[in-house]
Structure formats: structure tokens, C-alpha cells
Design a protein around this ligand. Structure first.
Ligand code: HEC
Length: 176
């Protein structure tokens, strides 16, 4: 197994562990039996696998120097497009306190609490919110240091303890 592939396998196992944790439900225990909430959680699991797998594959195969477009930047452009089309919102968050772009720092109470929970070892965190009569699932999943290549542009990732997340994906998906 090449090192990159080993990292990918590790990463995917982490993603699967996260998905299993999600199956057990998030913190909103009263909503556990609500089928609409469960469907939305499943949608988040699917999106999380899709986005993370894409970022790892792009970084592995296309990002070779610091001048290349980072997969993270491509993902942010993709998140913008999905938001504009009204599907869902996703934010790429920093969990190290040293983001390359300040706008990627956890911003509101949900993002700050979610990142704190993920750094404390939880594999998933979510909350249900109501905005003008529409319910949304806000959910967060951890991003570990997946490939050595990540540190090419984020050198401080080398100092993060093994297994600790360096970032998170924060989702806001309508509950339908
Ligand atoms: C080619 C350089 C490059 C590589 C390689 C790279 N990144 Fe990034 N990363 C960036 C840039 C630039 C941003 C800021 C993007 C923006 O906000 O538009 C960023 C943003 C991030 C963020 C949001 C927090 C922040 O620092 O702004 C996370 C989390 C992240 N990257 C994780 C990773 C992971 C995990 C990998 C390895 C799979 C990786 N990056 C590889 C350049 C890179």
C-alpha cells in the first residue's frame, strides 16, 4: 500500500466511524425518532463522504505544488454553487486557531461549540434550528490531517496531535 493510499484508507475509516456515530444520533435526543430528521442526517452523511472523498482524490492526484489550486479552495467554490442553487450550505472550518483565511474560523455559537466538541473527540455534532417556520439541521464533522501533502500549505498541521481534527465541515441542510 502506498503511503497516500494508506492515508486515504485511514481517512475513509475515520469517515465511516463518523457515520456510525451519526447513526446513533446527535445531541437532539427528542428528535431521534423524527423520520424527517433522520433522513436529513443520512443526507449529511452522504454529502460528507462525497465532499471529503473528492478533496482527498483531488489533492492526491492534482495538487503537487503550492501554486496549484488547493482542493479546499475548489470545495469552497463548490459549496458556494450549492448554496446559490438553494440545496444546502457548507462551511470549511479551521480547528487549529491558525487558519490560512480568517473567514474560515468558527464564527457563530454553533460553529464554536461544534468545533470544541469535535476537538474533544466526538465524531459528529448536530443541532436542529427553526428559521421562519423552516427547520434546518446544522451538523459538523471532523477533518483529520489526511495526507502529508496537506502540510505543504498548512505547515502547522505537523504539530497537531495524531487523531485530532485540524478542521471541520459545517452543514446547514433543510429538514424536509
Ligand atoms: C496547495 C496548497 C494547499 C494544500 C495542499 C492544502 N490546502 Fe487547505 N487550504 C489552502 C488554502 C489557500 C486555504 C484557504 C482557502 C479559502 O478560504 O479560500 C485552505 C483552507 C483549508 C481549511 C480551512 C481553514 C484555513 O486554514 O483557512 C482547512 C480545514 C484545510 N484547508 C484543510 C486541508 C487539508 C486536510 C489538506 C490535505 C488534504 C489541505 N488543506 C491541503 C491551501 C492548501
Amino acid at each position: 500500500m502506498t503511503r497516500a493510499r494508506f492515508a486515504l484508507v485511514l481517512f475513509l475509516s475515520a469517515a465511516v466511524a463518523g457515520s456510525l456515530a451519526m447513526l446513533r444520533g446527535g445531541d437532539s435526543s427528542d428528535a431521534k425518532k423524527d423520520p424527517a430528521v433522520e433522513r436529513t442526517r443520512k443526507q449529511v452523511r452522504m454529502l460528507d463522504d462525497l465532499y471529503k472523498t473528492a478533496v482527498v482524490l483531488i489533492t492526491e492526484h492534482y495538487v503537487n505544488t503550492e501554486q496549484d489550486l488547493p482542493a479546499g479552495s475548489a470545495a469552497i467554490a463548490l459549496f458556494d454553487a450549492m448554496k446559490k442553487k438553494g440545496w444546502h450550505e457548507v462551511r470549511l472550518l479551521d480547528a487549529t486557531g491558525e487558519p490560512l483565511e480568517e473567514k474560515n474560523s468558527p464564527a457563530d455559537d454553533f460553529e464554536k461549540l461544534a468545533v470544541a466538541k469535535l476537538k474533544a473527540g466526538e465524531a459528529y455534532y448536530d443541532e436542529i434550528i427553526d428559521q421562519g417556520g423552516q427547520r434546518y439541521l446544522r451538523a459538523a464533522t471532523p477533518i483529520p490531517v489526511v495526507l502529508k501533502k496537506c502540510a505543504m500549505c498548512h505547515p502547522h498541521y505537523e504539530n497537531v496531535a495524531k487523531g485530532k481534527p485540524i478542521g471541520a465541515l459545517a452543514y446547514k441542510v433543510p429538514i424536509e
